[in-house]
Each structure stands twice: as C-alpha cells, then as structure tokens.
Design a protein around this ligand. Structure first.
Ligand SMILES: NC(=O)c1ccc[n+]([C@@H]2O[C@H](COP(=O)([O-])OP(=O)(O)OC[C@H]3O[C@@H](n4cnc5c(N)ncnc54)[C@H](O)[C@@H]3O)[C@@H](O)[C@H]2O)c1
Length: 355
C-alpha cells in the first residue's frame, strides 16, 4: 500500500521492521487530483456512507477545542478508521477562525494525517481544507440528487451564506449535472455576495443571479436552499417561509429553529453525530425529548429503507464525518503516489531501534 523504509539489521528484524515513508502533500497537489472530479467524488462519498452504515468504519465523536479568549474560534479533531479495500486510519484537524475572513484569509484551515493500517505509523500529511470542502460539497450534491428524486427537480437554488463552502457546493452541483434557471444569494456581508456573484458569472453555469436583501425573500423564491453560514444559533424560525416545501441542504447545521425541523422531513448523515453540539437537530431533540422528527440517514434513503413524503420541506443536516475526509484523502494520496509525485520527507522517522 504505502512505500516502506526498512531499518532491519538482522534477518529476523527484516521480517517485520518496516515503517512507511512519510510524505507531505500540499494544497496544489490535492487540488490537481480533485479538480473536475465532482462525479467521482460524489460516488466515493456514497460508497463511504454505505461502508459506514455497514459498520466497516470507526468514527468516534469529533472533539471540539475551544478557547475562552477567542470564543468564536475552534479547532476540531475528527479521528476515523475505514475498513473495506481502503484500510486506512487517520485524523482531520480543522480550525475555524471566522475573524480570518475580514483579513482576507479563508475561515477554515486543516491538515489530514493518514496512518498505516498495519504499523499505525503516520505516512502522510495532506493539506485538507480542499479535501474537507470537497467531501462536504460532494455529500451535499449526493443529498440534492437523492432527496429530489421523489419530487420535481429544483430549478431555483438559493444560497444563504456565500463563502467558500457555498462555492464548492455550487461547483459540485454544476459538476454533477445540475443547472438552474435562477441562483439566489443572501449574505450578511455584501462583499461575500459580490465575490460569489463574480465567481458565478464567468463559470458559465449561472442562470439569472439575484442578490436577496433578506433570507425570507431568498427562501420563498428557491426550491433548493443551501445554508452555508457561520451562524452559531438559529436565526430563522418562521415556518411559513417554507410552505412551498423546498429541499434544504442545511450544511451549516445551526441556522434553523427546531420548529422548522419539526414541520419538515429530516435526513442526517449519522444520527448519533448530528444530535450533538447544539445543531438544529440537537435542539429539536432537546425540545421534544425524542428523535421522532428524524426520518433517517441519507444512506437509508439511498438503500430505499425510508420514503420521502413530497408534501413537506425536506431538510438534510450533515454533521460531517471523518470517514469521508479519510476516503477522499486516501484517494488523493494514491493518485499522487501512482504518479510518482510524492514529496517524501527523508528520515522523518529517525529513532527506529529500541535499544
Ligand atoms: N456540515 C459539514 O460537514 C460542514 C463542513 C464544512 C463546513 N461546514 C460549515 O459551513 C459553513 C460555511 O463555511 P465557509 O468556509 O463557507 O465559511 P465562510 O466564512 O467562508 O462563509 C460564511 C458566510 O456566511 C455569512 N453569514 C454568516 N451569518 C449569516 C447569516 N445569518 N445569514 C447570511 N449569511 C451569513 C458570512 O458573512 C460569510 O460570508 C460553516 O458554518 C462551516 O462550519 C459544514
């Protein structure tokens, strides 16, 4: 699987004493592998959800590191392990510093560490903001496809929050065959909405682009609504804004008051994960004392285990699983390795004798 480095000095040791080489994969290489591969990544994410549902993964709760002196910031650790043919363990370590945006730097930054299945040795460190945005957008595009199969396919998409994740989701929708008559944008920051519009215009995929002054206006005029804000608590609570039964990709997880979820069909990526950390589904569970408002997971929908009613809004709330980062990261590693382009750090593991 990974290229290895032998440190054996005796015949016995040569049987077992091999550790992987350690490679660093910068963002340019990650982007080179993933760009234009939207369909392939959506298929990889679908296969990973299936593997996760079949129990061939370990995905413990994410750990949120927060700081009393920087309350809006956090760094999240997502450890995970995938079985199946991929067989890799690892950790995504992703920072969210919303204040970065005002300084012209993206909010999120991340690395992904891949660990060797047999020895546990880390064998790669990948730039992972691109991997994270890719798996998030691929999951959103997968959900848009499956959750719209039992209803009229949306033609008017609206983005509430128009940062990097919204851009990736649009790229993945366009890259998997979606086209829209109308694209609505709403953001508290006029600069963000303008930046997103500038990305859309030359992309050649845009229908009519409308910047909405209010979230209400955007929601009422969209049949596919994407939330990609950084809201820490619900700012949308009027159930009547959703009376046209849109499909909602609630990627930022905390925008909607529980009442909206209780009036909708709710699909998540993983129930245990999603009902944590004050997400809107977590608030709905706290309000009702049960999980009856959940229809099931996206994998349940893909497997035909649940049926979506067409006469209610459908809300997909994906917590974001570490196994998806691992699957995409390992794919990138394999492609870079196969091309012979790995930047290996010589002697990274240096103390290789016990005595
Ligand atoms: N569920 C997942 O798996 C997953 C994965 C990655 C990112 N995310 C989430 O996606 C969100 C967006 O990430 P990003 O990197 O694009 O952030 P970003 O900072 O680049 O963009 C967020 C935008 O939302 C806008 N905004 C904030 N509050 C708003 C509100 N109430 N109404 C309208 N606009 C508002 C901001 O002005 C900003 O332009 C974050 O909350 C992040 O945690 C979720």
């Amino acid at each position: 699987m990974t290229s290895t480095l032998s440190t054996a000095t005796t015949p016995e040791e040569s049987e077992r004493a091999t550790v992987p080489q350690f490679a660093v994969i910068p963002g340019a290489q990650v982007q080179h592998v993933l760009q234009g591969r939207e369909k392939e990544m959506v298929e990889l994410v679908a296969a990973t959800y299936q593997l996760h549902a079949a129990g061939d993964s370990v995905n413990p709760p994410s750990y949120f590191l927060r700081f009393p002196d920087r309350p809006s910031a956090r760094i999240i650790a997502l450890p995970a392990s995938i079985g199946g043919p991929t067989r890799v363990d690892g950790l995504k370590w992703i920072s969210s510093f919303p204040g970065n945006v005002a300084a012209g730097v993206p909010r999120a930054s991340a690395v992904l560490i891949l660990n060797d299945h047999d020895t546990g040795y880390p064998f790669a460190c990948l730039e992972s903001s691109i991997i994270s945005a890719t798996r998030t957008a691929a999951s959103a595009a997968l959900a848009a496809d499956w959750l719209s199969r039992s209803r009229q396919r949306p033609t008017r998409v609206g983005f509430v929050g128009t940062g990097l994740i919204a851009r990736y989701i649009h790229t993945f929708l366009a890259g998997t065959g979606w086209s829209f008559d109308e694209i609505g944008l709403h953001d508290l920051s006029a600069d963000s909405a303008t930046g997103f519009r500038r990305y859309l215009e030359p992309s050649g995929t845009a229908g009519r682009i409308i910047v909405h002054e209010s979230a209400e206006e955007l929601i009422r005029s969209s049949d596919l609504v994407v939330f990609a804000t950084i809201a820490a608590e619900p700012h949308i609570s009027d159930v009547s804004w959703f009376e046209h039964n849109p499909l909602v990709l609630h990627v930022s997880l905390r925008d909607l008051a529980p009442e909206i979820l209780l009036a909708s069909t709710n699909v998540v990526d993983d129930i245990e994960h999603c009902l944590k950390a004050n997400t809107s589904p977590h608030l709905a569970e706290q309000l009702t004392g049960n999980r009856d408002f959940l229809l099931g997971t996206l994998n349940d929908v893909m497997a035909g285990r649940v049926t979506l009613p067409a006469d209610r809004p459908v809300i997909f709330s994906p917590f974001g699983l570490g196994v998806l980062d691992l699957a995409v990261g390992k794919h990138v590693y394999d492609k870079v390795a196969a091309a012979g382009d790995l930047h290996v750090i010589d002697d990274f593991f240096h103390e290789l004798r016990r005595h």
